[in-house]
Design a protein around this ligand. Structure first.
Ligand SMILES: NC(=O)C1=CN([C@@H]2O[C@H](COP(=O)(O)OP(=O)(O)OC[C@H]3O[C@@H](n4cnc5c(N)ncnc54)[C@H](OP(=O)(O)O)[C@@H]3O)[C@@H](O)[C@H]2O)C=CC1
Ligand SMILES: O=C1O[C@H](COP(=O)(O)O)[C@@H](O)[C@H](O)[C@H]1O
Length: 502
């Protein structure tokens, strides 16, 4: 998210993609590069080195990426732009288990850099399974390919998951920081590529009216809701080892939480913004295992129907264990131990195979102190919510009470709505364009820092430990296409609250 206008072209560079034959490259990386190319935002001198473990001819790789582009592009593909991009791509064979193949990769990369005159700047993109992040970085480190010298930058993009718990996240960070400096590492969380998520900072800090009421004196609680319609589909074995909490909470939901709850940064730059975000994650109250069990609900979907589509029982998904205790839904209550948020619960929920796709942050304000209008008791007034709608509706809604026209006082709840589509025309995008562009210009404001990743895992670790200890005890079931497990609604009811109706 750049702090200047107009957009500049990044410096010349080489982009090295590990996992060039994979789904992420085809579905998101290449379509984003295409969108950047169409907007004239790729470097003047540029080359892409596509690394695969088994040799693939340049022509075959380009053909397969072109096919993927036609399938996943967010806008009609213009041959001229696509060909210009694909001509930059060269296939190279290298396997992190085979040291000499990396020596050859180095030679080929240096040859291409010199032919394309890219100036030695390099962006390494790890679009591979997470267990090879460290081995690849070790190979690159051994060959000095990540060392910044003669003014040339060397950067590394890694995809989530950054570990599977606190210990593995620490180990991965330690491996990376052994070879790279923190400023060279770009840990991607695609939620930060969403316009509506980036706008949280602007809403809070470019408007004077929110800050005075953005605290425990005026806010009753916060809800972060990421409901998905998609089931687990073909990702059974990955998902069964992961679950809803690891897949979504310490990364995507915590990004939303930290943007909502952070203190104003001293400056709008990567260091200050990330320090404030990470500071609030570190202030999430550490729960005991008993508290974690009390303050969380796990659900797993059973067979059901979404629209006309029959969804099979989660446990019958290929790759999923028939007696799996993995959660496909999680709801939890967290507290933040600082002056701004003490006593303001944050309720988080996310799940698969639910009735609808909906992502929002709802900020619920306190009620009026007493009932001035006899016609409507306080508890019957509409609740005051400021809702940041992330997806599929993009916008902001304010819910408040108003007088119904007429001679007697009657009160009804109404909504004031800002919808992006009513104000702005923007080309449909993958959400990765901004992120890749920012890597190229060296702005890591939208990327996670090591301490933030670790603070996120630290906050969820008691939940992981407690669930591991109790196994499937307490796991609730919900039919695909429903609103989720009843316990998630009980979690708020117990506190005299309820989830906002979608
Ligand atoms: N797909 C998506 O939408 C998203 C994916 N991610 C993350 O991106 C990464 C890639 O995911 P995705 O593309 O879906 O996975 P795929 O399984 O589709 O692709 C993985 C790629 O990694 C390569 N690869 C596999 N094993 C190794 C290895 N041992 N050494 C080197 N390369 C290897 C494969 O290439 P080959 O076998 O040819 O060498 C393949 O190109 C993962 O970390 C995932 O969590 C994150 C967000 C979204
Ligand atoms: O990272 C992931 O995110 C998606 C949800 O992303 P969204 O942008 O559609 O909200 C989720 O489906 C997937 O399981 C997870 O790995």
């Amino acid at each position: 998210m750049r702090n200047f206008q107009p957009c500049q072209k990044p410096q010349s560079c080489a982009l090295v993609i590990f996992g060039v034959t994979g789904d992420l490259t085809k579905r998101l990386v290449i379509p984003s590069l295409y969108n950047l190319a169409a907007a004239e935002l790729l470097p003047e001198r540029f080359c892409v080195v596509g690394v695969a473990r088994c040799g693939i001819l340049n022509e075959a790789l380009r053909e397969s990426l072109m096919k993927g582009l036609h399938q996943f592009a967010t806008r009609p593909v213009e041959d001229k732009v696509a060909n210009r991009l694909l001509e930059c791509i060269t296939s190279v064979e290298a396997d992190p288990d085979d040291g000499p193949s990396f020596d050859r990769l180095k030679e080929q990369l240096e040859r291409l850099e010199s032919a394309r005159d890219t100036g030695g700047n390099r962006l390494f993109y790890l679009a591979t399974p997470p267990d090879v992040f460290a081995p690849i970085v070790r190979q690159l480190g051994r060959l000095g390919l990540l060392k910044e010298d003669h003014g040339a930058w060397r950067r590394l993009v890694i995809e989530k998951p950054f570990g599977t718990d606190l210990a593995s996240a620490r180990a991965l960070n330690a491996e990376l920081l052994n070879i790279l400096n923190e400023h060279q590492i770009y840990r991607i969380d695609h939620y930060l590529g969403k316009e509506t998520v980036q706008n949280i900072l602007v809403l809070r800090f470019a408007n004077g009216m929110f800050e005075p009421i953005w605290n425990r004196h005026h806010i009753d609680h916060v809800q972060i809701i990421v409901d998905e319609q998609l089931g687990v589909g073909h990702r059974g074995s990955f998902y069964d080892a992961t679950g809803a909490l690891r897949d979504m909470v310490p990364n995507h939901l915590f990004q939303l939480l930290s943007l909502i709850a952070m203190e104003p940064p001293r400056h709008f730059d990567a260091h200050n913004v990330r320090s404030e975000k990470d500071g609030v994650l570190a202030a999430i109250q550490t729960q005991s295992e008993e508290e974690a069990l009390k303050n969380s609900v796990r659900g797993q979907y059973t067979a059901g129907k979404i629209g006309d589509t029959e969804i099979p029982d989660y446990r019958k998904t290929p790759g999923v264990r028939p007696d799996s205790a993995t959660e496909t839904y999680v709801a939890m209550k967290l507290n933040i131990d600082n002056w701004r948020w003490a006593g303001v619960p944050f309720y988080l929920r996310t799940g698969k195979a639910l009735a609808m796709k909906h992502t929002e942050v709802a900020i619920k304000f306190r009620e009026t102190p007493f009932a001035m209008f006899r016609c409507t008791p306080v508890e019957q007034l509409a609740e005051n919510y400021l809702v940041i709608c992330v997806e599929p509706t993009e916008g902001i809604t304010l819910q408040f009470n108003t007088k119904v026209p007429g001679p007697v006082i009657r009160i009804d709840g109404v909504q004031m709505k800002f919808l992006y589509k009513d104000y702005f025309k923007s080309e449909p995008a993958t959400g990765y364009e901004t992120l890749i562009y920012d890597c190229m210009i060296g702005d890591n404001i939208l990327f996670q820092r090591a301490d933030g990743v670790e603070a996120g895992w630290r906050a969820v670790q008691p939940f992981l430990d407690a669930w591991k200890r109790v196994g499937s005890k307490g796991l609730e079931f919900y039919p695909a296409g429903s609103e989720g497990p009843p316990g998630a609604f009980e979690l708020l009811k117990r506190d005299g609250r309820s989830w906002r109706k979608l």
